[in-house]
Structures are given as C-alpha cells and as structure tokens.
Design a protein around this ligand. Structure first.
Ligand SMILES: Cc1ncc(C[n+]2csc(CCOP(=O)(O)OP(=O)(O)O)c2C)c(N)n1
Ligand SMILES: [Mg+2]
Length: 578
C-alpha cells in the first residue's frame, strides 16, 4: 500500500485552495475575463496565475493607464473593468482612475494588494505601508477589504454589485498580502463563492413621472433633447433613436453620446448649439447632468441675463439617480430609473405625438445650414503649415469611411476642434476626457478599446495630452493592437508660441520644437509617420487602418493655431478678472 501514499498526499494537498485561486475563481465565476494592471508585491503571482487560468492579463507601464483602461472597459461593456495594482505607490497611481470612474459613472473595480494590517494600523513602517481603504473611500462609490480567504467570494460580489448597480462608479477592493497565501478547504472555498444574480437590476420609472414628463414635453413650443454619456452607457440605442425620431424633437449629443444617432442626422442640432440652448423652452435631459459642461443649466448660454441667471427653460431629467434632479436648477419633471426602462416607458406613452412647431425646426435648420457652410469653407482651406482644421478634415473623412473604428480624443484645442469637426456614426465609438476634462486617458483608452471591441482604434491627441500616457505605446506594440495615434503637434499646451518675458527657461506651456514623437512608436516596432500635409496625414491613416499595425502619426500643426484653453478660455481665472 506504500505506493499509494504519495497520491494520498497529493490529494490532501489538492484539497485546499488559496486566496490567489479564490480571487481568480470569483472573477471568472462572474464573467470577468480581463485584468488591466501592473505586477509587483504582493500581486505578481495573482497576475501569473490569472493568466495561466485563461484570464487576459494586460500589463501596463503605469497604473494610471491601467486604471483608465479598466474604467473605459466598464463603460463599453457594462461590466466592471478590473484594475490590479500593488500596494501604496501602485495603489495611488491607480487612484486617479478610480476617482475618474466614480465621477464619470463608469463601473470599475480597483483591486489593490496592501501591506500587513497589524503593522499598517500601528504605523510601524511596513514595506509600502498605507491605510489604503481609508484613502480610497471618499473617491469611490464603495470600498471593501477582505481579511479572510473564505470572504473573498462575498468581497468580489459586493464590489461587482456596487460598481454596476444604480449609478455605476468606481469601487475599491483591498486585498492584504496575507490573504493571498491563506488556504482553505477546496469544497468550502467553492461554496463560498457567489455568482452575482442580476448585478444591475432594472429600475422601472413611476408611471406618474413618465406622464408628467410627457405632458410637459407635449406642450413645448421649442423642445430640445440632450443625450448624455449615461444614455450611451445604457445600450438602449434602438429605443433612444426611436424616441428622438418619433417625437421629431431636435437633439444635442454630449461628447460621448455622439453617434447614438449619426451626427449627420437631420434632427441633430450640434451645429446650432449656441442657438438652441438659449431658445429652447422645454429640455429633456437623458443621461446627461447639468454640470459645467452644460453651464449648470443657467447663465448666458441658456439665455439668462447674468452668468448665474436662469434662462426660463423647464427641464425634464431622465436619470438613474434620484438625487440628480435640482442639482443646479429646478427640474420640473424628474424621471428616475435606468435609461433603458425610462426611454421604453416614454415611448409607450407617446400615443399620437404632435410634431414640434415648424417655425422652431425651420429656425434650427437655418442656423445649422449657415454654420455648416461656414465650417465647410474653413475646412476646405489648405494652409501651410497645416492647422487643426485642415488636419481634422482628413480625420473626419477617415472616420466617415471607418464608422466602426473606436475613436479616442484628448487635448484642449485638439479636443474641442475634433469634437465639433469629426462626426460619429455609431453609439459608444467616441471616448474622451469626460466629466473632468482629464488629460492622460489616451493610451489606456486605446488599449481597452482595442481589446474590448476588437475594432481598430483612432486616437486624436494633443501633444501635451499624449505625453501623459505616451510610454504606453510600448504596451500597444507589445499586444500588437490596431491603434493609430494621431498627435496634433503644435509644440505645446494650447500653442507653442508663449515667451518667457525674463528669458532663460522656455515658457511653461512650450515644449521642444518639432519633437519627433513618431520615433517613440518606431522604438517598439510600430510604424512612425511624420506628416506635414493633409495628404501625408491621410496616407498615414489609411495605411494604418489597412495594416492594423500600431502606428503613430506626428501631424505637424501651425504652432500659432490654438487658443488658450481651447473652448473653455472663460474658465481661466484671468478671464474672470476683467
Ligand atoms: C490631468 C490633467 N492635467 C492638466 C490638465 C490641464 N490641461 C488641459 S488641456 C491640457 C493640454 C493641452 O495641450 P495639448 O494636449 O497639446 O492640446 P492643444 O490645445 O495644444 O491642441 C492641459 C495640460 C488637465 N486637463 N488634466
Ligand atoms: Mg498642443
């Protein structure tokens, strides 16, 4: 019988599982197949074992990029994007993305290893000592710590529910080093795991709220619909399109809602934005908040006399959160529920819907036509050096020809001009700086967009914006992702012409002149293109989309072309001083 003994021992050994394994099992059980992270103590073996178990583990050069990737994966998939970091400094590098996810309502879980509780709590100076849970809490929708292997299932389940239910957000999950090596009985481990049932339950709006909203909208003389990224997140594309088309109401897409209906749709009022906002009498917000991006629903943008005066509009607000209404101005008809259920309810109640008054539609049409014609004239010019417009006329054509490509955008002028010039044709294609106007999301977004959608990715980046995540071009090359980065290079932040009046150092907004960013991509085996004309840019982009090779096009833009802060010059305190 002696020969059987090793088998018994092996069985006995196999009859336990550990913290590493339970974390992996819990994620897999809940359909999570990708981890965005950066290895090191105490999570290196978690990344190795996750990969060995068939999870896709994408390693970044900086946790911030991994975090942004996870956050946008959450936006695109409605499943929490997982960012995995080491303790203290790694955790802090990921924290920006966690806060970004919470602010933008993207479901994400920052999973971070942490140091020994006993030492951290007595502040005895552990390796990478930090009370991470306390620091994460105010920046996250929820924050949890797991101390026992048997609780990993509950911890992961709670994190998933918190991230995706109701208004989605960033969740922090703290896993101390000791947890990973803890062993428990395999059967007990298995039964401790939870497959989350209905993680983001539908929230049905009240019938009277729908009726109130429809009554208000029906009586409007100058109705307007504003679609926010909450509407894009909801994946209720067909119903949203149907609601807009059946009501015949003009609509404005917020930046990341572009493409929910094609920007070329006849009801799209983007080209007449500064006309419709002050003129509208009833505005229905769908998954859009009245924050700074909509001038808080008041002030001159909305036809108010002073910069804080109400313009007289009545608002209908369709939102998942009951506390969103009245955040800035009175909301006369809040409709609270998930966007899909709300839009479905509104559609059901339309009945014999009267089309909006013709004079309203005609006035918008007139403004639109005039502005579109003016823009066409500007875009047709071919100045030398190239400016934002002549470069973006090329990008606009390429996106029109490749409507399935994902589109990443950050910068100031590089953002604002692109948003207004480059039309989107399909939902959730455009991903950008979001609620905060944050720089640094670029390359992380590119990685996640390529991995999640398997579509080619086009990124239009300011040269400053690109710098925040530029090292991730190595990540893009390593995973051989079909990403075409276009840097609109104007030698600096806003423009490259500032002068330091004292001489010596260059001005704070100015970079090295004629920097050759394309060589960064070549350094890792990708394709670099130096483009000084629209024709060279077009050729580079077409080639990149054909080859699906990682490509970086350094598009040289007139360094005098930008304006201070792009389109938000008015937020600069110096502008307020006047
Ligand atoms: C994390 C972060 N840091 C700083 C800023 C301030 N900021 C706004 S736009 C911008 C860069 C603008 O320059 P660039 O990307 O080159 O765009 P350009 O206007 O030159 O086209 C900066 C630094 C920010 N928004 N986010
Ligand atoms: Mg610039």
């Amino acid at each position: 019988m002696g020969t059987v003994e090793p088998q018994v021992a092996a069985d006995a050994q196999a009859a336990v599982t550990d913290g590493f394994q339970l974390v992996i099992d819990a994620l897999k059980l809940n359909g999570i197949d990708t981890i965005y992270g950066l290895p090191g103590i105490p999570i290196t073996d978690l990344t190795r074992r996750a990969q060995a178990e068939g999870l896709r583990v994408l390693s970044f050069r900086h946790e911030q990029s991994a975090g942004y990737a996870a956050s946008i994966a959450g936006f695109l998939t409605q499943k929490p994007g997982i960012c995995l970091t080491v303790s203290a400094p790694g955790f802090l590098n990921g924290l920006n993305a966690l806060a970004h996810a919470t602010t933008n309502c993207f479901p994400m879980i920052l999973v971070s290893g942490s140091s020994e509780r006993e030492i951290v709590d007595l502040q005895q100076g552990d390796y990478e000592e930090m009370d991470q849970l306390a620091i994460a809490k105010p920046l996250a929708k929820a924050a949890f710590r797991v101390l026992h292997a048997a609780d990993i299932g509950v911890g992961v389940a709670r994190a998933i529910r918190a991230a995706v239910s109701g208004r989605p957000g960033g969740v922090y999950l703290d896993l101390p080093a000791k947890l990973f090596a803890q062993t428990i009985d395999v059967a007990a481990g298995r039964s401790s795991l939870i497959k989350v049932v209905d993680p983001a339950p539908r929230q049905i709006p009240a019938p009277e709220a729908l009726e109130r909203a429809l009554d208000l909208l029906r009586g409007a003389k100058k109705p307007l619909i504003i679609l926010g990224k909450g509407a894009a997140y909801a994946q209720a594309d067909a119903d949203i399109k149907s609601l807009v088309e059946k009501t015949g109401i003009p609509y404005l897409p917020m930046s990341m809602a572009k493409g929910l209906l094609p920007d070329t749709h006849e009801q799209c009022a983007s080209a007449a934005r500064s006309f419709v906002l002050p003129a509208a009498d009833v505005v229905m917000l769908i998954g859009a908040r009245l924050n700074w991006l909509l001038s808080h629903g008041k002030g001159k943008t909305w036809g108010g006399k002073g910069h804080k005066d109400w313009g007289g509009q009545k608002f209908i607000q369709v939102d998942i959160s009951p506390t969103e209404a009245d955040s800035n101005v009175r909301v006369d008809a809040p409709v609270v529920g998930d966007i899909g259920s709300c839009v479905c309810g509104l559609l059901a109640g339309l009945g014999n819907w009267p089309q909006p008054p013709a004079d309203w539609l005609n006035a918008i049409h007139e403004k639109k036509s005039a502005n579109v014609a003016k823009m066409a004239e500007t875009l047709a010019k071919n100045p030398s050096p190239m400016n934002f417009h002549s470069a973006l006329a090329v990008v606009r054509d390429i996106v029109r020809a490749n409507p399935d490509a994902m589109f990443v955008n950050e910068g100031a002028n590089a953002l604002d001009f692109t948003r207004s010039i480059v039309d989107m044709y399909k939902p959730r294609k455009r991903i950008d700086v979001g609620t905060w106007g944050i720089m640094g999301v670029g390359m992380g977004y590119c990685v996640a967009a390529a991995v999640v959608t398997r579509q080619p990715v086009i990124a239009v980046e300011g040269d400053s914006a690109f710098g925040f995540s530029g090292m991730e071009v190595e990540t893009i090359c390593r995973y051989n992702l079909p990403v075409c980065v276009v840097i609109l290079n104007n030698n600096g932040v806003y423009k490259g012409t500032d002068i330091n009046p004292r001489g010596g150092d260059v001005a704070p907004t100015v970079f090295v002149k004629d920097a050759r960013y394309e060589k960064l991509m070549e350094a890792f085996g990708g394709v670099g293109v130096y483009a000084r004309t629209p024709a060279e840019l077009r050729q580079g982009m077409e080639q990149a989309l054909r080859s699906r090779k990682p490509t970086l096009i350094n598009a040289v833009i007139d360094e005098t072309a930008g304006t201070e802060s792009g389109r938000i010059t008015s937020l600069n305190p110096s502008a307020k001083k006047k």
